[in-house]
Structures are given as structure tokens and as C-alpha cells.
Ligand binder design. Structure first.
Ligand SMILES: Nc1ncnc2c1ncn2[C@@H]1O[C@H](COP(=O)(O)OP(=O)(O)OP(=O)(O)O)[C@@H](O)[C@H]1O
Length: 557
């Protein structure tokens, strides 16, 4: 038995040996040398191709650290990093330490090389400061951060300033030859990160005196989605702006940097502004206006009290979200693909009093009553003759209402003339369970109650147009001006100014929560824009939602 086992092991070994020999003769070569970055690009592509199980599985596989390491190792072997073959040195290179000089040749396209340079203050040498992820320099794998540049296309860089070197590179077409002295080799992770963030502030590098290289920076607007591809540097991250078509990574201020710059700016220049911001704010406590039956008016607190010309200090804006004190940076987002079986996202409409939130809500419901619905509010007041339970209000006892308060079932509630009124979460859920798009109109400070994966709110900020257009479009418009909602009057110049002031404050305090800003000039145009935007949420296109929603299982508000 032992003999036969030994014999078979020997034959297996022989077979393996022969196979390996054959394999060696064929000398299989790598198909390409950038498998790691290709896998990252593939992962990114997959984000846009539905959220099917196979896609998820493949994404999980290629995002695993050991799989990434395997690909990086493959790339090193493919590039023969283990036995660096230096090209023959030109004669004049002999003055340098032969061992240390390297000539590299990159093929330059119309795109920039994707590297920044700086002058080393102590030695005066020109060194590579940064390599942009995904750029030509990065993909070549031939130039690294810290490398000293000696020549570009035979032109010596000695005693030159970085500014003088840029034109040399800009002129170069096709192959660009660099003579470099490699810096200390540090491990560089070439694979792109799969972290996406939504910017909560506008950034324009041309106006930023702190940016190390304006040309290498990426400009973006609040709401843009950025893919963060490198966070090696604590102050300047590398990121790509999605949808700009270039795919080029550039510098963006890191979270920490933006916070510190913002604080410095705030302390020095914005201090006065912030001070009046605080003086004008107060805690919301009362419901100011409860409308008659029909399409419910909102519970936007104190909306009418401001019209009743209360002093500025008593205006309703809450101090509970001190947006201007805490700088807004980035919020991590993930792609969300709506499946046909998924519920519609909750549509939250916010805006200053009188801007037209109710009007737009009304138009949406009338346009497609089977598709759009509004939640029916709860009240403890007595039912009037013409009102119906569940249609105008849910009429409940004080005890029942207070129990609901204790159970955190209200998005917004308050008291008016001794009765409670409130927008209830169950009411919202009922509309959503009917398969309708639920429209909710709340003060932005209350969005937090529905900011969960269960509701996936899509927040639309309805903004007034410029004052000239307000005057023009609201010439014949009337708004409810008494506390019982029965009297109406025309808009005054003061109402317009107040609307614009409120809009500005809402934007600065809660702008980070808005998915869409819509300017309500001509109401028919605004309505069409809003409807088209809401309908887009049902298309199989990728939507970017806070990562926190998707990480946790659907949470109850
Ligand atoms: N774009 C517009 N052009 C002209 N009139 C408009 C426009 N939008 C709204 N209106 C009118 O302005 C008035 C106030 O609108 P609406 O009641 O919808 O405001 P609101 O934002 O819901 O404010 P509030 O909650 O304080 O009532 C209504 O008469 C409405 O028809």
C-alpha cells in the first residue's frame, strides 16, 4: 500500500512539474499593468448599473482588502517592479550619482500630467509634491511624490522656479522625458477609494489663497457629489467631481482644513453677522395658525405671527440648529437605486411663508390625485359640522394626543387656542403605504424626525425669485392673514422683503439638507419643474443618499 501511495505521489509531482515546464515555455505575460486601478474604475461603473445581487456581490469582492492587495501585487509583477530596468543614461548624467538618476518617459495627452511640483526650501531642488490619483503620472507608475526633477525634455531645471517649469510641460506634446532622482520610496496605495461625499459648501480655488496649486484643485458647488480618492494628506484630499466628464482627480480642502479656515474666517469677519443671528432667534413654542379644512395648510410654526408685524426678535426662526457656528463640510453619501417594489421617497417641501409651498402641493395633488397625497393632521379640537374624520383631521382626545407626543409620533406639533394640532408620522406612513408620493410641508428644523432610511426624504426648498419678479408675479395673489385662516389680503412690499429675508436665513441654516432648490417665479413653470424632478426619483437612475441611512436597517423615526 505504502509503495503504491509513494508511486502515485511521484507521478502527480511529475505531472505538475511537466505542466509547469509547459507553462514556463509559453511565458504568459500580463494583459495590462493597472489591474488595481481598473478594478476601482469598474467598481465605480458598477454603481451606475442597477443594484442587482450580482453587482453587489462583484462590488463586495473587488472591494475586499486582500483582493486589492492581490491586484496590486499583480501590477508590481507586471511592471517588473522587482527588477527595475533603468534606461541607458545620457553622458551628462554621469556627473550625478549614477545609481540615483533615472530617466522616465511619459506620453502626454491633452490632459495635464496630474502632478504638482514645489521647490525644496533647503536644497532649492524641484521636487514632485503630489501625484493626482488616476492621472497620467499616477497611471504610469514612473514618477512618485518626493522625486527630484532634474530635466524636462533635456532642459535643465536648475535655478528655475516652479512657475517657469510649467510652460515647459504645457508645450510638451506626446512623449515627455524627465530626468529624475527618485525620492524615498514610500508605499503608495494606487487603488481608488470608493468613498463618496456630497459637498455642503461651494468651493472656488481661484478665490482660495491657501490652496497649494490652483490648477490642481477642483471647483465644486454645494450639492455636488465628489469621489474622495486620496486622504494621505490631512489638509488637502484628492477628489473627483462626479458628472464633470473629465474623471480627473484634483485637490479639495479636507474636512479638517475647511473647518479650521471657516472658524478663522468666522471669528474675524463674520462675528458681527453671527451676533445678530443669535439675537434674532428664539425657541419655537407655539403654533401660530391652523387653517380651515380641505387641503391642509402647513404647521410651519409662527408663519402668520411674523406677518402680524411682531418685532424682529420674536420671529420664529429657531436657534436649535446653529448652522453658521458648526461649519458644514461634507456628508458621506452612497448610491441608492430605487427598485420597483420600494416605496416612494417622502417629498418634504420647505420655504419661507407665502412663497407658494401650499400652492405647489395643491397643484401636485390635483394633477394626479392617485399618485400624490398629503398627510392628514391630528387635532384635539371639536369636529365642525362640515368636517369629516380622517379627511380634514384625525380628531383625538387630549390624552391620546399627549400619548402620541410622548411616543415621539409627531414631526411637528403645537397648541393654538387651547387645542393641540400636529403632523403625525403615522399619517405620513399611511399615505406612503397606499403607494402614493407623500408631500409633507414642515419647518426645516423638523426634517430630522423623518431623516431616516424609512422615509428617505427628498427635500425641496422653494425659494422666492428676485424682488422685481416677486412684485410682478404676485400682483394679483392674496394670502391668508388672519389667525383663523378666513381673511385674505394682497402682498405688501414688507411681506416680500420678509419673504426674501426668511429665505436667506433658511438657506444658511438648513441648506445642507436641501436636495433641490426651486425658484418660484412663474408658478406654472415652477410646478412643471417640481413635478418633473419628483418623477425623476422613480427612474432607475442612481440617487445619492446619506450613507447613514443605508448602513442601518430601516429605522423607525
Ligand atoms: N409663483 C406664484 N405666482 C403668483 N402667485 C403665487 C405663486 N406662488 C404662490 N402664489 C400665491 O401666493 C399665495 C401664497 O401662497 P401659499 O399659500 O402657497 O404660500 P405658502 O408658502 O404655503 O405660505 P403659508 O404656509 O404661509 O400659507 C397664494 O395665493 C398662492 O396662490
Amino acid at each position: 500500500l505504502l509503495y503504491s501511495v509513494k508511486h502515485s505521489v511521484q507521478s502527480v509531482n511529475k505531472i505538475i512539474h511537466e505542466r509547469l515546464k509547459r507553462f514556463e515555455k509559453r511565458r504568459p505575460g500580463p494583459v495590462q499593468q493597472h489591474a488595481a486601478s481598473l478594478a476601482s474604475q469598474l467598481a465605480e461603473e458598477l454603481l451606475y448599473h442597477g443594484w442587482r445581487d450580482e453587482v453587489k456581490e462583484l462590488l463586495t469582492l473587488i472591494s475586499k482588502p486582500h483582493f486589492k492587495s492581490l491586484l496590486r501585487t499583480h501590477d508590481s509583477v507586471a511592471k517588473r517592479d522587482f527588477e527595475p530596468a533603468l534606461p541607458p543614461l545620457p553622458d551628462d548624467a554621469m556627473e550625478e550619482d549614477e545609481e540615483s538618476v533615472k530617466i522616465v518617459s511619459l506620453v502626454k495627452t491633452k490632459e495635464p500630467l496630474g502632478a504638482t511640483i514645489k521647490k525644496d526650501k533647503s536644497t532649492g531642488a524641484i521636487v514632485v509634491a503630489r501625484i493626482m490619483r488616476g492621472g497620467s503620472a499616477d497611471k504610469s507608475g514612473l514618477i512618485h511624490e518626493g522625486d527630484e526633477l532634474k530635466e524636462v525634455n533635456g532642459v535643465s531645471l536648475e535655478h528655475r522656479k516652479p512657475k517657469e517649469i510649467l510652460p515647459l510641460l504645457a508645450c510638451s506634446e506626446g512623449a515627455v522625458k524627465f530626468k529624475i532622482i527618485p525620492g524615498s520610496t514610500k508605499e503608495v496605495n494606487n487603488s481608488l477609494l470608493l468613498v463618496f461625499v456630497r459637498a455642503l459648501f461651494d468651493y472656488d480655488p481661484t478665490e482660495d489663497p491657501t490652496v497649494p496649486c490652483k490648477d490642481a484643485a477642483v471647483a465644486f458647488k454645494r450639492g455636488d457629489v465628489l469621489q474622495i480618492v486620496g486622504t494621505d494628506d490631512d489638509t488637502w484630499w484628492q477628489a473627483r467631481r462626479l458628472g464633470d466628464g473629465s474623471g480627473r482627480a484634483g485637490l479639495v480642502p479636507s474636512k479638517q482644513l475647511h473647518k479650521s479656515v471657516y472658524r478663522r474666517f468666522w471669528v474675524s469677519e463674520k462675528y458681527e453677522f453671527m451676533l445678530c443671528f443669535r439675537l434674532n432667534s428664539y425657541k419655537e413654542t407655539v403654533v401660530g395658525f391652523i387653517p380651515p379644512a380641505g387641503l391642509r395648510r402647513s404647521f410651519r410654526l409662527g408663519r402668520k405671527s411674523s406677518r402680524a408685524r411682531k418685532p424682529a426678535q420674536l420671529r420664529r426662526w429657531s436657534s436649535e440648529t446653529p448652522g453658521a457656528v458648526c461649519p458644514r463640510t461634507y456628508i458621506e453619501v452612497v448610491p441608492y437605486h430605487k427598485e420597483p417594489k420600494d416605496r416612494h421617497r417622502l417629498i418634504v417641501l420647505v420655504g419661507p411663508s407665502g412663497v407658494g409651498v401650499n400652492e405647489l402641493k395643491r397643484r401636485l395633488v390635483i394633477s394626479e390625485p392617485d399618485r400624490y397625497g398629503v398627510s392628514v393632521p391630528y387635532t384635539t379640537r371639536k369636529k365642525r359640522r362640515q368636517e369629516s374624520e380622517g379627511l380634514d383631521y384625525h380628531f383625538v382626545s387630549v390624552q391620546a394626543f399627549e400619548e402620541l407626543i410622548l411616543n415621539h409620533r409627531f414631526v411637528e406639533y403645537g397648541q393654538y387656542r387651547g387645542n393641540y394640532y400636529g403632523s403625525n408620522l403615522d399619517s405620513v406612513q399611511r399615505v406612503m403605504a397606499e403607494g402614493k408620493v407623500c408631500l409633507l410641508d414642515v419647518h426645516p428644523s423638523k426634517i430630522k424626525h423623518v431623516y431616516t432610511s424609512e422615509f428617505k426624504p427628498y427635500v425641496v426648498f422653494v425659494k422666492p425669485p428676485m424682488i422685481e419678479e416677486l412684485r410682478l408675479t404676485r400682483r394679483r395673489a392674496k394670502f391668508v392673514c388672519d389667525e383663523d385662516g378666513m381673511q385674505v389680503r394682497m402682498f405688501s412690499e414688507e411681506d416680500f422683503e420678509e419673504m426674501l429675508d426668511q429665505a436667506e436665513m433658511l438657506d444658511s441654516q438648513y441648506g445642507h439638507l436641501f436636495d433641490k432648490v426651486i425658484v418660484n417665479g412663474d408658478v406654472a413653470t415652477t410646478f412643471r419643474e417640481l413635478k418633473a424632478d419628483v418623477e425623476k426619483l422613480d427612474e432607475p437612475e442612481v440617487q445619492w443618499v446619506p450613507a447613514a441611512w443605508m448602513r442601518s436597517a430601516p429605522t423607525k423615526a
